[in-house]
Design a binder for this molecule. Structure first.
Ligand SMILES: [Zn+2]
Length: 122
């Protein structure tokens, strides 16, 4: 690990952002458990890559890999273009934005992912 403080900074920024959005948008159904899950996700992503290039998001440097073509900015489900970091996370994990996650994926994550990976093979 190059910079142990880096993860803390990333976490803090995300926590702040999620907290803010939960207050602004109570319908978002965000809870501590999910937040924890996704923070862990980010840690894994961050840990497993060699950060070469970084992009600044809200004052925090994040590995560029999180923002490459693999993380699409347009949700393939609802076709909404988003620059919200949270959508980016859901996009990377579930191939849809957060709103679509809540609508279509929540509670059936495994089924969704299986469906998505079989679509990729075709
Ligand atoms: Zn969507």
């Amino acid at each position: 690990m190059k910079d142990p403080d880096h993860l803390i900074k990333v976490e803090k920024a995300i926590q702040e952002k999620y907290g803010e959005e939960a207050i602004r948008n109570p319908k978002a159904n965000w809870d501590q458990e999910k937040e924890k899950k996704y923070l862990e996700q980010i840690q894994i992503i961050t840990r497993n890559q060699k950060p070469r290039e970084k992009i600044e998001v809200e004052g925090v440097l994040l590995p560029k890999k999180l923002f490459t073509k693999e993380s699409k900015r347009t949700c393939p489900v609802c076709e909404v273009y988003s620059f919200i970091m949270r959508d980016d996370l859901y996009m990377a994990k579930f191939m849809c934005c957060y709103q679509c996650y809540v609508q279509h994926v929540e509670g059936r994550e495994e089924k969704w992912l299986n469906q998505k990976s079989s679509q990729k093979k075709n």
